[in-house]
Every structure is written in structure tokens, then in C-alpha cells.
Design a protein around this ligand. Sequence first.
Ligand code: 6PG
Length: 240
Amino acid sequence: MTRVETEVRPDPETASADAAEAAAGALRSALAAVGRARLAVSGGETPRRMLALLAAAPGIAWRDVEVYFADERFVPRDSPLSNQELAAATILAAPGGPSAYPVPVDAPDAATAAARYEALLRERFAPDGPALDLALLGVGPDGHTASLFPGSAAAAERERWVAAVPRAPQPPPVPRVSLTFPFLDRSRHAILLATGPGKRGIVARVLAEARAGRPKLPAARVSAIDSVTWFLDADAAGPP
Ligand code: 6PG
């Protein structure tokens, strides 16, 4: 299991800026090494600023960057709840235009969308070894990450790379499609961003589980080949 690093900053802006810089570093390294960088983004509110700053980071050949989705809400593409909509307003607007690989939310249902997204990933990634260069993740108040909710079949998945989540136990209560641990664990780097006092209790629990080496909550189970780094502001990092 990868050692978990935590970086605490005084406020959300600095945490987002430094997470964006760390993410930019991971993309630059991949671009320098193989001429291509592949990342997956999450949704929710927290990553908006980080993704906007990342899109403006210097020295990234965005045309050689591929953007995948760690999870997606099964809502129309232009819904304000859509993670693709958030990406379109931020990272996908980066100069040079990265290639977007969105979850096909035009499928008849979330299960079909998950199966189609898995087929796409299996065409584009080797069956084992390193996959994504970078997974940008968050944490929900129940300890979920991507759309891997505690106790769910998706969080327990061992074979499939993508799972459908028929009903999310957290808002918004819409079906989700999520990358699973068998795929996420093959990321070179994972960066998790959590800010605000609302995340304080769950961040403390997740980090305690991860550090004890007995991770149960999905966010505590995030691992990667090279590094797992949490960027926190002082509110999220404070005592529970
Ligand atoms: C999603 C996410 C999810 C998110 C957390 C935190 O689509 O809902 O990818 O895992 O990262 O729920 O969301 P907030 O940043 O809105 O608190």
C-alpha cells in the first residue's frame, strides 16, 4: 500500500493552488517521459478552483493530455450536476484542448453507460501495469471517493474497471458511474483535495484508517503506484 502524504495549507485557495501545481507536475512528468498524460477528474464542488488553476498551469502540452472521469452522475451532459459540465468549464477549456473521454450518459441506463465506459477503457489501457498518470479525487462526508460509497458493491468490485451505482446514498440522489479500485489502484499518482470545516471529521477518520494500515472507508483505500497526496486546508485538517 502506498504511503499517504498530507499537505495542509491555511485556506482553500492555497490548498487548491498547490494541489493544481502538484497535478501539473505529474502531468509534465508523464508528458516528458512518454509524450502523453492521462488523468481522471472527479466532480462535486471542491475541485472547481483546482481544475481551473490546473487548466492555466504553464508548460503543459494539453493536446497530448487525455481527460477521463473518475465518476459521473447519470444526468444529461449539460445538467449543472454533471461532472462533465464542470470539466468543460475548467480543465477541458485548457489551451490546446485536451482530449475528453466522458462517461456516455446518453446510454439507456447507468449500467449500460458503465459497460460502455469499461469497453472504452479496455481499448485504451493495457490490462495491467500503470494506467492513469493521475487520479484527482475528493471525499464525501460518508468517506466515499469517486462514486464508491461505503458498503456498496461498486466499492467492493474486484474485476470490473467501471461500476454502475444505481442509487447514490449521498446527494445528488441520482445513479452514478464510477471507476473502481481495480482500475484506480493502477494510477501513478492520486491527489485528493478536501477543504472546509464540513470535511474535518471525515478527513480525520479516513487518514486515521489509512495510517493504521486498516483502511475500510473507500477514501482511505485509495492507493497508487507512486504517490497518494491529500491537500487540505486548515479547516478540513483540524481536529474532528
Ligand atoms: C461526485 C464526486 C465525489 C466528490 C465528493 C466530494 O461526483 O460526487 O466525484 O466523489 O469528490 O462527493 O464532493 P464535494 O467536493 O462537492 O464535497
